[in-house]
Write a protein that binds this ligand. Structure first.
Ligand SMILES: *Cc1c(COP(=O)(O)O)cnc(C)c1O
Length: 385
């Protein structure tokens, strides 16, 4: 019996337990403590750019606090990339605001700057200027940041960079997560590094970070008793989780290399397959951590489609997944405004996320390759013609 091949599973480095043990030995089990501070410092020095990082309980929590710090409230509108995980959009709704979804462009699969500008202009014409823009670096691929930031600057709207999937990626040499007024990181179990569950808010001033920490620890005023002038949240990362994070930061670079090697592996297999393409950087400005390797299958050219591949993988206990279903196609967001054409929709209908973990073995890769060769061999075409 061969074992299951996962899409993206946790990959521990070995030093995580050292930090967790330190937390036990010093009884820093509760929130805060040396690992939280240490993990934040590790992230700040990795990201550079004089960032101030607040470690939180999840990426979703980080996005929620970023929106609050951008003064998003009831009745407001926030622009959001449509092709993403629902966690990019949900916190907008937590605040009683409305997401306005924007299509992707074909080079990076991320927010289309042209559709973004059209959306902002139209929302302003309809009477409401959007309060923030949430752009995503999908599967690790940096968005067209220069173009998106130019629109954000033109209309003076803060950018929130959802870098939950792109820690270790760079755009024009600058780390993803550092481009917006705020950046969002996630350390969920399936991400490139994990704290079992967690996230971080990347800020550019001590003041912004302080406010995030204040809000994430129940918004307590400075007083010996419990006093509150604002609604707070229980969103701070625990010292135990941060210990795992410290160990993971020691291996982040090698995790990026491991994921990028998986992308190379797939590029090699598919380079001569007709109608089959890997999701890859458009040029050297973009450096993706390739958190997930994604394949696109042109149904008119290839002998089989992406769903045939998914089912063939499944039969051999290999996990693969369709890409995120765009938010403007989701039942829960059916009434939200949408700007763009059908780029995200077409990608959704033709693409599949492949096993991408940095911990896959040569044996796993052999099984994967065999199935892909089977499904996309041109034998079928040759027999027909
Ligand atoms: C994982 C993810 C999030 C949410 O992060 P959590 O830590 O799971 O809350 C947000 N946005 C994107 C694009 C993600 O992939």
């Amino acid at each position: 019996m061969s074992t299951k091949v996962w899409l993206s599973s946790p990959h521990m480095g070995g030093e995580e337990l050292k930090y967790v043990n330190q937390a036990f030995e010093t009884n820093w089990i509760a929130p805060l403590g040396p690992n939280v501070n240490g993990f934040e410092r590790d992230l700040e020095s990795f990201l550079n750019q004089k960032t101030k990082v607040a470690a939180l309980s999840s990426g979703t929590a980080a996005l929620h606090l970023a929106l609050i710090e951008c003064n998003v409230g009831y009745g407001d509108e926030v622009i959001c990339q449509s092709l993403t995980f629902s966690a990019s959009a949900n916190p907008i709704v937590y605040l009683g605001a409305t997401p306005v979804f924007v299509d992707s462009e074909k080079d990076t699969w991320n927010m289309c700057p042209i559709a973004l500008k059209e959306a902002v202009n139209d929302r302003i014409a309809k009477g409401k200027k959007p309060k923030a823009i949430v752009a995503v670096n999908l599967y690790g691929m940096p968005a067209k940041m220069d173009e998106i930031l130019a629109v954000a600057a033109e209309f003076d709207i803060p950018l929130i960079e959802d870098a939950a999937e792109s820690l270790g990626s760079t755009y024009k040499g600058r780390p993803c997560g550092t481009f917006g007024r705020f950046g969002i990181l996630s350390f969920n179990g399936n991400k490139i590094i994990t704290t079992s569950g967690g996230g971080a808010l990347v800020c550019h001033s001590e003041e912004d970070k302080k406010r995030a920490v204040f809000l994430s620890t129940q918004a307590r005023d400075e007083a010996p008793h419990y006093q509150h002038s604002e609604i707070g949240y229980n969103y701070r990362m625990s010292n135990i989780c941060a210990g795992i994070g410290r160990g993971q930061m020691e291996v982040l670079k090698s995790r990026v290399e491991g994921r990028r090697k998986m992308h190379d592996f797939y590029t090699d297999i598919t380079k001569n397959m007709e109608g089959v393409k890997m999701f890859s950087e458009p040029n050297e400005d973009f450096y993706s951590n390739h958190w997930l390797s994604v394949i696109t299958v042109d149904e008119k050219l290839a002998s089989r489609n992406h769903e045939d591949l998914r089912l063939a993988f499944l039969e051999d206990d290999i996990e693969s997944r369709p890409i995120w279903k765009p938010m403007h196609m989701q039942p829960v967001f059916k009434d939200a405004p949408y700007y763009g054409e059908n780029v995200a929709e077409t990608l959704f209908n033709t693409s599949l996320c492949l096993p991408s973990g940095s911990n896959l073995t040569d044996d796993d890769r052999k099984r994967i390759e065999k199935i892909m060769m089977n499904v996309f061999s041109n034998k079928k075409n040759i027999l027909v013609s």
